[in-house]
Design a binder for this molecule. Structure first.
Ligand SMILES: [Zn+2]
Length: 260
């Protein structure tokens, strides 16, 4: 699943292709959108900004209309030079925006909706999102308050990927950051200090910003525990473990010796 760093990177690429450029055409090939008339509603409008919050991406058009996208497990934003081959089948395209130089395509995106700025601001799902882990300045007090209001018996690993506590972090960075902070993802929230919670988030921010800025080592090639079950911990040699955690049973990875 794309995590916040991948979505922020997509927002940069999509923004670079669309902002300030004439939009020549807009297509919504899937039958689900046939009656939405987006091409008509968006005709003649420029793109003012493209930004991300957590795993959500927003394409903001002139005149208070915003496209909201969430890729869930398998979606992707592609930016291609006009004439370049798309790397996914055109049948999987949900949205195609064309400028004189680029095709910007959203593939396999189950959440794609056009909303007014007013609705966007008051949308309940978006209003419930926690602070963005990749915000320039992390809203630490907002994050800690949400953690305190969560179930104290919940494991910190599960709480960290709950987008209502913190937006943008997913399973990979949660596992890696917990390892670097030396905190077991299974520790109950009631036993995690504020300093420890912030230490994990600090590590996640550092890893995700490095990934966003194109550091391949931190994009997964330098993984310490994530998807390394059964292999020795790079720090102490103990065998890394993996087990499903939380209601969604997402696999969490940890070193039982380095993390307590
Ligand atoms: Zn270890």
């Amino acid at each position: 699943m794309p995590e916040g760093d991948a979505i922020h990177a997509a927002a940069r690429r999509v923004g670079a292709a669309l902002v300030g450029q004439p939009i020549e055409s807009i297509e919504t090939p899937q039958p689900r959108h046939a009656r939405d008339r987006w091409p008509e509603r968006l005709a003649g409008r420029g793109v003012r900004a493209v930004d991300a919050r957590g795993k959500h991406l927003f394409v903001r058009f002139d005149g208070e209309l915003t496209l909201h996208s969430h890729l869930r497990m398998g979606g992707r934003w592609g930016v291609f030079r006009r004439g370049e081959r798309w790397r996914r089948s055109a049948r999987r395209a949900w949205l195609i925006l064309r400028t004189p130089e680029h095709d910007v395509v959203q593939f396999d995106g189950p959440v794609l909706e056009l909303m007014t700025e007013g609705r966007n601001r008051f949308d309940r799902r978006l209003a419930r999102l926690g602070p963005d882990v990749l915000a320039d300045e992390l809203d630490e007090s907002g994050f800690l308050r949400r953690l305190r209001e969560d179930d104290p018996a919940r494991g910190i690993g599960e709480a960290l990927i709950d987008q209502r506590n913190l937006a943008g972090i997913g399973n990979k960075w949660k596992s890696e950051a917990s390892f670097l902070a030396g905190v077991s993802p299974w520790r109950r929230l009631s036993d995690v200090s504020e300093e420890e919670a912030l230490r994990i988030v600090g590590e996640a921010r550092r890893l995700m910003k490095a990934s966003l800025d194109g550091d391949r080592a931190d994009r997964g090639h330098g993984r310490r525990v994530f998807e390394r079950a059964g292999l020795p911990c790079p720090r102490c040699g103990t065998i890394v473990r993996a087990r499903g955690q939380g209601d969604d049973n997402r696999t969490t990875y940890w070193c039982p010796a380095c993390q307590s």
